[in-house]
Ligand binder design. Sequence first.
Ligand code: IPE
Ligand code: IPE
Ligand code: MG
Length: 249
Amino acid sequence: MAPDSVTDSLPRHIAIIMDGNGRWARARLLPRYVGHREGVKSVRRVVEDCIDRHIEVLTLFAFSSENWRRPSEEVGLIMDLFVQTLKKEVASLNRNGVRVRFIGDRDAFSEKLRYLIAEAEHETRDNSRLQLVIAANYGGQWDISQAVRTIATRVQAGELSPQDISPDIIAAEVALSELPPPDLFIRTGGERRISNFMLWQLAYTELYFTDVLWPAFNAKELDAALLWYANRQRRFGRTGEQVEQQKGA
Ligand code: IPE
Ligand code: IPE
Ligand code: MG
């Protein structure tokens, strides 16, 4: 394939569903929690690898709005892991120029966790080397409904008429409206589904699925996804010929 017909570039924004921690641990006859702990090591690695590769935004799905349905013991251990990880990692993320932010409904978290999240966001707010977005208690349907609620309030206040509601208006209210949408989506762990991740923002994202379990994800796996991405032709509704022509122009 001619270089012009491929994306020919790196994704600006990578979004990852980090799946397979439980199975990774079970395969080793270990409790699921150990898989989550190992998963944090993969997070550390992928952040560094994205910095090295000049990726602008990395969004990681850490806990879905549906994950509360898990046994309360597992949920509790995951929450403890969030607290420990924030306490341990934010200083080095800050040193490495990483800006950290969270998306999702944080009201359900403990006061301590909410404090650590706010602190991490505040301390790193001026960094721009990599934007690290953690989706925690996040759901795509929740995201769209909170956007709709904001828009409805504006309509009620007379600032906006129902006829004005367009994809642009909604896009401005969903999470991460100020950042480029994900170019590349990666899901580890073998499932081919979106599991209520960024439903609005993924409209034109290239979707990459790998059977590798999240704790085993490494630079080699990331590079395989990047290579796959580089060979996609992003058409956004146009024909392949139009895209070729535009690139050649
Ligand atoms: C992803 O790994 C982590 C979270 C959802 C918190 P899983 O815990 O879903 O691992 P599997 O899918 O059971 O292997
Ligand atoms: C998606 O993984 C959520 C996260 C990785 C945080 P799940 O393991 O919860 O997804 P399902 O339930 O198998 O679809
Ligand atoms: Mg899973």
